[in-house]
Design a protein around this ligand. Structure first.
Ligand code: 5GP
Ligand code: ZN
Length: 113
C-alpha cells in the first residue's frame, strides 16, 4: 500500500526522481536531503507504514536492517556508523513513513540530543 500524500512513497515509487544507493523489491536507500553527518542515508520500505509502531512485518524489519548494513557498506562506513529510527514527533520524527537513518563519516556523540 502507498499513501498518495507521502513524500517517501513518492520517492520509493519513482514519482519523485531520486538516486538510490540501494534498491530491492522491498526497500530503497538514498541520501538525506539535509545531512547531519558526512554520510547520511535513509532506508525506507516501499510499502507505507507511518512509524515503527505500525510496521507489523517482522521479515520486512529484518530486511530494513539488512538495508542499513549494506548501505553503510556501500558508503564505505561499515566500520563506524549509527542507525537511528525516530518514532513520534517528540523523538524527532518529521516524515511519517518509517525509515532508518544511517549516519557516519565523523565521530558521533552519545547520548544523542
Ligand atoms: P525524521 O526526522 O522523520 O527521523 O527523518 C526524516 C528525514 O528525511 C530528515 O532527515 C529529512 O532531512 C529527510 N527528508 C525529508 N524530506 C526529504 C526529501 O524529500 N528527500 C530526501 N532525500 N530526504 C528528505
Ligand atoms: Zn509513505
Amino acid at each position: 500500500m502507498t499513501n498518495k500524500n507521502c513524500i517517501f512513497c513518492k520517492i520509493a515509487s519513482g514519482e519523485i526522481k531520486t538516486d538510490f544507493i540501494m534498491e530491492t523489491e522491498d526497500y530503497v536507500s538514498f541520501n538525506d536531503v539535509n545531512p547531519q553527518a558526512p554520510w547520511h542515508a535513509l532506508i525506507i520500505p516501499r510499502e507505507h507504514f507511518s512509524s515503527l509502531n505500525d510496521l507489523n512485518n517482522i521479515e520486512l524489519m529484518g530486511k530494513l536492517l539488512e538495508g542499513a548494513q549494506k548501505t553503510a557498506e556501500k558508503l564505505g562506513i561499515k566500520e563506524n556508523y549509527r542507525t537511528v529510527i525516530n518514532t513520534g514527533r517528540e523523538a524527532g520524527q518529521t516524515v511519517f513513513h518509517v525509515h532508518l537513518h544511517v549516519l557516519g563519516g565523523r565521530p558521533l556523540n552519545w547520548p544523542p540530543g
